[in-house]
Every structure is written in C-alpha cells, then in structure tokens.
Design a protein around this ligand. Structure first.
Ligand code: NDP
Length: 329
C-alpha cells in the first residue's frame, strides 16, 4: 500500500470551488481510532455550510471535509476491540472523509447491515438519526398524527418520510419541484405540495383536518419559519433542524402564545452525547433498515475530484436523496 493518498483540502473558507484535490500522507490511527479505506462519503448540507464558514461551529482550516462515510476497516489504533480489519462499517462523527483513507473513533462506528451497499451505508447515519430524533425523541410524534416534512426529496426529507410512515404517521411533504414531489409520493407521502404554492399555508392546514399540523420538521428557515408557525395546530411542535435558506428568521415569542406552540431546536452532534437517546434511536432504526422497511436513498454520486461540483449541485437544489462521493472511483 502506498503511503500517500488523494484527499480534498480546504485552506480557506468559501464557495465549493475552494475545495482542492491534493496528495496527502495516509493518516495513522491513534489510540481508540480505526482507519477506513473510504468507499462512500455522504454529503450533508452541514458540510456545504462548514466549507462556506456558515456552520453552527467554527470551521478550522486547513481541513478535509466529510463527517459521514462508509468503507472497510484497514488498520486499528491502540486499544481498539470489537472491530476487525476487513469489516465494512459506517462512521458518524469521523473526520476527513473526503479522502481515500480516513480515521474514525472506534466508538463512532456503526455496523453496516449486509443488505446495504457502501453508498447506502454512507447515506444512513446522519439523516436517519436526525429524522428519528425529530419525529420521536424531541417531536414526540404518535401513530396516526400528521407531520410536515420540508425539503422532502433531500437526504433528511426522504429519511423523514420513510421513517414517519414506518411509525404509522401521516405525511405532508413540501419541496420545490414536481419531480421532487413525485419522489416524496413514491416514498409514501400522503399529501404533497409545492413549496411556492400560493395557498400553501391554508392547504397544509386543510390537509391535516383543517386544524393545522401537530408536528413540523422545519429545515428551511428564513421567511418560511413564520409560515411554519402559521401552519401549526394548537399545541403544535415545531422542531428547528436546519436553515437551508441561509436567511435570518424572525421569531416573536408572543406568536407562540396564540396557539400554545412549542419550538424546539435539534442538533444531532449534541444529541449524540445523550447515550440513552442514541441507543433508543439505534434500537428503533436497526430493524427497520435490516428488514428493508426503510432504505437510505442514494442520490447522485461523484468522484473525489468532482467534490466541488457535488457541493454546488446541492446548493443549487439540483439533488435528491443523499449526495455521495466515491473516493476509490
Ligand atoms: P438536502 O439533501 O435536504 O438538501 C438541502 C435541501 O434544502 C435542498 O434540496 C432544497 O430542497 C432545500 N432548500 C430550501 N431552500 C433552499 C435554499 N435557499 N438553498 C438551497 N437549498 C434549499 O440536505 P440535508 O438532508 O443534508 O439537510 C436538510 C436540512 O436539514 C438542512 O437545513 C440541514 O442543515 C438540516 N440538517 C440538520 C441536522 C441537525 O442536526 N440539525 C442534521 C441533518 C440535516 P427544495 O429544493 O425541495 O426546497
């Protein structure tokens, strides 16, 4: 094996074309870490924001993006047990995934069910754990209840639709194009609506029995946030998961009083520190994925050198499902 590898490097933050393909040394796993030969990297909107310098936490440069990836374990650091060289795993919370080889804490590894491809495995952790926490841990969604899923054809959106249906909920899906709505319907969405439908607020309220939606997974933000408040039912729960519009939202707390609304923030990174919540999510998700009741939706796939184009396509809202980069291609 060569001791150098191809990797994406970001030296200054900005638009996707700041990402450069470089030759780096293959990293050595430290204590408690494993090294993966990376087969597939799941790209999240968070990666796009991190490269732009707009994420929740500061991005330190130089760095190699990629926090969610799947591949084959090829080296173990000191003290690692329970993982074998040659095993296919996914990592949630590793670093430097956009490379031929990357490190992950052994504790951040997720075993990959036999029935998943590497791309499906890389499409799984962030979107499905976030969807579970939005629907159940924080959203307290119940069987028979309506949920509104925004950006419904995206990675989180498709995961949220599948999971909500598997949990017996009714789904209203919103997205920007008819093609995206068709995907949402194919995945089981009960009602679909274009994001720019002029009557969207009333139509959403009507779809949920005329009383508004009890649970909203809010990922667009900006001026759309006020609309989510308007779409919510009395005692509605709005789970703030993202801000894809990258616009500021205004929240006047008195608005919440009118219909006894609850607005709850959700950040997977900080929830992962809650071991009970993570265990509960894993216990719920593992059988659903293993049985094929939910299937991670692989979107467009790109070679490592095309990472800037992959990020730009995501920003331009051209993608559906999880954007995947394949470093061994
Ligand atoms: P997606 O694959 O869903 O891609 C983003 C989608 O956002 C686009 O496809 C687009 O769908 C929608 N969108 C709406 N407005 C805009 C805009 N102005 N510019 C670009 N896209 C827009 O990405 P992810 O699944 O990775 O993430 C979806 C959202 O969930 C993001 O806001 C992300 O930050 C958040 N997220 C948060 C997590 C957390 O821990 N809090 C974890 C995972 C995701 P359309 O064209 O249909 O509107």
């Amino acid at each position: 094996m060569s001791d150098s590898m191809k990797a994406i490097v970001v030296e200054r933050l900005g638009p996707p074309d700041v990402m450069q393909l470089r030759e780096l040394s293959v990293p050595q796993p430290g204590p408690g870490e494993v090294r993966l030969k990376v087969e597939a990297v799941g790209i999240n909107f968070a990666d796009v924001l991190a490269v732009a310098g707009e994420y929740l936490t500061r991005t330190r440069v130089p760095y190699t993006p990629g926090m969610e990836f799947a591949g084959v374990v090829d080296a173990l650091g000191e003290g690692v047990t329970g993982v074998q060289v040659g095993q296919r795993v996914a990592s949630l919370g590793g670093r430097g995934g956009l490379a031929e080889y990357a490190l992950s804490p052994a504790a951040a590894l997720i075993p990959v069910p036999q029935n998943l491809t590497a791309a499906q495995a890389a499409a799984f952790p962030v979107s499905y754990f976030t969807a579970y926490h939005g629907l159940k841990t924080l959203g307290h969604g119940r069987e028979g209840e309506w949920v509104l899923v925004q950006a419904a054809a995206g990675a989180l959106g498709t995961a949220s639709i599948q999971l909500a249906k598997a949990l017996g909920m009714n789904v209203i899906a919103m997205a920007s194009t008819e093609e995206k709505l068709q995907l949402a319907r194919d995945l089981g969405a009960d009602v679909t609506l274009l994001q720019d439908d002029p009557d969207r607020v009333q139509k959403v309220r009507d779809a949920a029995g005329g009383k508004g939606v009890p649970l909203i997974l809010e990922v667009v933000g900006g001026k759309r946030f006020q609309e989510s408040l308007d779409m919510a039912a009395n005692r509605g729960r709005i789970i703030v998961i993202g801000n894809a519009s990258r616009e500021q939202a205004n929240l006047r707390p008195v608005e919440l009083m009118k219909r006894n609304l609850t607005v709850t923030g959700l950040w997977l990174t900080s929830l992962m520190g809650d071991q009970a919540a993570t265990r509960e999510a894993a216990q719920a998700l593992t059988p659903l994925v293993a049985s094929g009741q939910v299937t991670p939706q692989v979107g467009p796939t790109y070679a490592l050198a095309d990472s800037p184009r992959a990020f730009q396509d995501m920003l331009d809202r051209k993608t559906t499902g999880k954007v995947i980069i394949e470093p061994q291609r």
